[in-house]
Design a protein around this ligand. Structure first.
Ligand code: AOF
Ligand code: ZN
Length: 365
């Protein structure tokens, strides 16, 4: 693989990232058409998931696509879904070579796109920047392979891991830089998820404000009985930005009707003992099309996800303040007696954001 191929693929990955969080249930793919070393067309999956990246890049390239190389961040689709196959468009445009990182795990596509291109005489090269593309498409790949969305858990805490004082005061532990970063992370997620306790305590809006996104993340609240304020921010704005409620079979029917009347979508989930089964919650969200979830707590929901080994990534912010043992811990009880029982995470990034430290970790397995 040549450095030129890597450079154009990096460009295509950058384009795909533009609509990350806005294309679910589809992946956010980028495409660059290159003719004689010059970019003649660029495209990325549109918000909502369609049109796909390739036809948009081809439209821009026009006649210049003939004999060109197309860099696509995922195997071009070969199926007749809601849009015609991108492989047909590439072949019809006369593209000579397609470079892509790996096959699309969607069973409708898997390998068929590459096969169709090769059958039409198009040269196909795979493996280019597969690791980077794997990271970008992790949400889509997790949903297709495991039926559930990828989960990032955000913890913004004091030096000693507290998220509020004993009286519940939490605004603000981290600085404005960290909070702006969180808004950007929300904007790149399909959904922001919290537990009912957080909604009752903070009355959050959970939107990605000021990020200019054309499709706001879905706001997911996990609440067995839907015991949430009917006059709060979420209730008031459920018609403008989606609110999805994951609830148990015993949620009162009049409460369900009230929230439906406000415009919320209800997702019935199974119980596990006295609480909602976190696996069932994520399955329901995956079935509804979500691929990337940004969970902002609180401590009880976060602990439930941790115990079920459903946290794929941690985004931690540590602020230069200590709140002591009387402060609220960032995670509820995990029931860990021996160190060997604790799940390990591997560090992937650390850096200063304003006066706080950002640290990111992924499941180590
Ligand atoms: C591409 N380019 O930009 C995207 C692709 O329902 P449809 O017809 O929109 O097809 C959705 C599937 O297409 C999705 O599951 C994934 O396999 C692929 N997404 N493919 O060639 C793109 N977004
Ligand atoms: Zn396609």
């Amino acid at each position: 693989m040549s450095p030129t191929d890597r450079a154009f693929m990096a460009h295509a990955l950058g384009l795909g990232r533009r609509t990350m969080g806005q294309t679910w249930p589809n992946p956010s793919v980028g495409c660059v058409i290159v003719r004689e070393g010059r970019v003649v067309g660029r495209g990325w999956t549109a918000p909502g998931g369609r049109p796909h990246a390739e036809p948009q890049a081809l439209a821009q390239a026009g006649e210049a696509a003939r004999g060109a190389t197309a860099y696509v961040t995922l195997e071009p689709c070969a199926h007749h879904g809601l849009t015609p196959p991108c492989t047909d468009a590439l072949i019809a445009a006369g593209v000579a070579r397609v470079v892509a990182p790996f096959p699309d795990s969607d069973p409708r596509v898997f390998g068929r796109g590459f096969a169709a291109l090769r059958a039409a005489g198009v040269a196909v090269e795979t493996g280019v920047m597969a690791e980077e593309a794997g990271r970008d498409h992790v949400g889509f790949l997790t949903r297709v392979r495991m039926g559930r969305p990828h989960v990032t858990l955000k913890l913004a805490a004091s030096l000693d891991g507290r998220i509020a004082t004993a009286t519940g005061e939490s605004q603000w532990i981290t600085g404005t830089g960290a909070r702006a970063y969180v808004h950007a992370a929300r904007a790149q997620s399909d959904a922001v998820m919290v537990g009912a306790g957080t909604v009752r305590a903070d009355d959050p809006s959970l939107t990605a404000r000021g990020m200019g996104v054309s499709r706001q993340p879905v706001r997911v609240v996990v609440s067995r009985l839907i015991d949430l304020p009917l006059m709060g921010q979420l209730a008031r704005t459920a018609r403008d930005v989606p609110v999805w409620l994951c609830h148990g079979p015993d949620a009162p029917s009049e409460t369900r009707r009230a929230w439906q009347g406000l415009g919320a979508k209800l997702l019935p989930c199974r119980l596990s003992g006295r609480q909602l089964d976190p696996g069932s919650v994520l399955d329901a969200l995956g079935q509804a099309g979500l691929t990337r979830i940004f969970c902002e707590g609180g401590g009880a929901l976060a602990a439930t996800l941790m115990q079920a080994d459903l946290v794929d990534e941690f985004m931690g912010f540590t602020a230069g303040v200590a709140l002591g043992a009387e402060g609220r811990p960032s995670l509820g009880a995990l029931g860990i007696d021996r160190l060997a029982e604790a799940h390990r995470f591997a560090l992937i990034e650390t850096r200063a954001v304003g006066g706080d430290i950002l640290h990111r970790w992924v499941r180590a397995d």
